[in-house]
Write a protein that binds this ligand. Structure first.
Ligand code: ADP
Ligand code: NI
Length: 211
């Protein structure tokens, strides 16, 4: 098996039990979008591919022991002949690219990291983003919407992880990240998807407020 096939298989195995919107389909879209964003960039495509596919396999949302998962991931990449330097870069990206990480500290990402972060963030937006967010909310027992619960401006990961309602998540994260993209392609596509979500919210409130 070549390196890409090994990485896809590894990811499938790790994410097969996820029903919160972080399955293999998400990983595949992130990798494809990262590739598209970085086509004309001077970046290591092997690093981008691995970080895009593997980013959620060490996440506390998905695995119970993120530290052990990270060690396992490092060993795996070395086994399939990623160099030490590449493994370090993949790990630095995965550990620093998340929205929750950025809540409490300012993180610096390499160009490859900025690409993968944009690709992951785009998958939180648009039609797919809306579906994933509702799916996550159901998986976590959150209500769809409650006008009496205001959105929260989170400043740390622990509070952010508790979450509130599906609709609040649009204001707590989704609409915010559209304005924090790194790359030109990311910025343009994020604005297009953000407009779609704003239209969706208008329609949602129209239907919700019927009396
Ligand atoms: P990160 O890994 O960047 O910190 P998140 O934890 O925000 O990303 O999770 C990624 C996706 O999971 C979000 O874009 C959203 O679709 C879903 N998600 C995460 N937290 C919530 C939540 N509290 N309510 C609804 N969806 C959520
Ligand atoms: Ni992700």
């Amino acid at each position: 098996m070549n390196k890409s096939a090994e990485i896809i298989n590894y990811t499938k195995e790790r994410l097969s039990h996820d029903f919160s919107g972080h399955g293999i389909d998400h990983a595949k879209r992130v990798a494809a979008m990262a590739r598209r964003i970085s086509e004309d960039m001077d970046v290591d495509q092997e690093v981008i591919f691995a970080a895009a596919y593997l980013h959620d396999t060490v996440d506390d949302k998905v695995v119970s022991d993120p530290e052990a998962a990270l060690k396992n991931l490092q060993d795996f990449l070395l086994e399939i002949d990623y160099t030490n330097h590449q493994v370090n870069e993949v790990v630095a990206i995965i550990e620093n690219m998340s929205f929750s990480k950025g809540l409490s500290e300012k993180v610096n990402l390499s160009l490859a990291g900025q690409v993968v972060q944009d690709a992951d963030r785009l998958d939180a937006l648009g039609a797919i983003g809306i579906m994933r967010t509702a799916y996550f909310g159901g998986n976590h027992g959150h209500p769809l919407h409650d006008p009496m619960i205001p959105p929260i401006d989170y400043t740390n990961k622990a509070d952010y992880r508790k979450g509130s309602t599906v609709i609040n998540h649009f204001y707590e994260k989704l609409l915010k990240i559209a304005d924090t993209m790194n790359t030109e392609i990311g910025k343009q596509e994020a604005q297009r998807r953000k407009r779609f979500m704003e239209d969706f919210l208008k329609e949602f409130y129209n239907e919700w407020d019927i009396s």
